[in-house]
Design a binder for this molecule. Structure first.
Ligand code: SF4
Ligand code: SF4
Length: 168
């Protein structure tokens, strides 16, 4: 029997821009790739003996705990000289970049997760999924005594997060 159904051609979906690879992103695309998790804005401590880098739950002094964004992104380099400017080379070589970081995922040829704002269409999903540092900050670098920083060492920022289900 011949079918009377005809196949309708679907409109071609544009390939998400991040699949071009880090080197091929425009400045705007590059900036929008950040998921706003804030993990990279946590203070890190290096073990002098082993060189191992540990995350703490202490946030940079410019970090805004509510929005999980930098309070002065444009002037961050002058206000916080050791703030690391991410580049494709830096993404590939920094040993401490969190495994959920969108730049790291793209550098590894992986796709973005459902909770990334570019996929979900909503900046809140990175918080709703429990990926961001919102609600997990233990202090700010200017407020926590330096001697107390080792007591703030945490494993979770360097671990692959298990996202909470959407609406779950
Ligand atoms: S870890 Fe990556 S994705 Fe998260 S805030 Fe930092 S640069 Fe953005
Ligand atoms: S200066 Fe801004 S971007 Fe840099 S670590 Fe601090 S809060 Fe994050």
């Amino acid at each position: 029997m011949n079918s009377s159904m005809t196949k309708k051609s679907m409109p071609a979906q544009a390939e998400p821009f991040w699949r071009k690879g880090l080197e091929n992103l425009t400045k705007r695309e590059w900036e929008s790739l950040c998921d706003g998790c804030g993990r990279c804005c946590l203070v890190k401590l290096e073990d002098e003996d082993t060189g191992e880098i540990h995350f703490t739950d202490i946030a940079c002094k410019l970090f805004e705990a509510g929005s999980c964004r930098c309070a002065n992104y444009a002037k961050r380099k002058s206000l916080v000289p050791d703030c690391v400017q991410l580049t494709p080379e830096a993404v590939r070589s920094l040993p401490w970049l969190p495994p959920s970081c969108a730049y790291k995922l793209v550098a590894e040829g992986k796709d973005l997760k459902w909770w990334h704002p570019l996929v979900s269409g909503r900046p809140e999903t990175v918080h709703e999924a429990g990926i961001s540092v919102r609600g997990r900050i233990g202090g700010f670098e200017d407020d926590v005594a330096f001697e107390d920083w080792p007591n703030h060492i945490k494993d979770w920022p360097a671990r692959t997060p298990r996202p909470r289900k959407p609406n779950g």
